[in-house]
Design a protein. Sequence first.
Length: 155
Amino acid sequence: MMRRFLAAAVATAALLAAGCTASTGHSTGHAAASSSPLPPDPRTASALLKIATAFNDEYDNGDYGPVYARWDTRSQAVITRAQYIERHKDCPGAPHTPSLTESATPGPHGAWLVHYEIGGQQLTDYWFYVHRNWRFDLVLSNPDSVKLYRMTPQH
């Protein structure tokens, strides 16, 4: 029940972000590559836990460029890096309790599950090891955000 509430709250926040950003005329095509390639990551649970902790901390602190750089290709096809950063910059969310990244465990179909907590709510993100890097899968982790990021920004 609480997970559904949190998912609804996240979806509502993302909807507001999608709706309050002014149109910029940026291309809505596939995302540009990050400014520099990521160095290779060790393929270990401890490395993923460290990377996911930094990822969540960067998101919590509004440092969205490095967050986007960790997205997998399918997730980056949803919204460009510039649009993603602009939406979060133009429509900052309300202050919230920082996340606490707790564990990384093997999951289904080659996924790794990163478990974290925000304000007492347990959440799970999906990560994959691709081309010597740990990559966050937005599509599996937060499908509601995918729908909202695909919306055309409004004035």
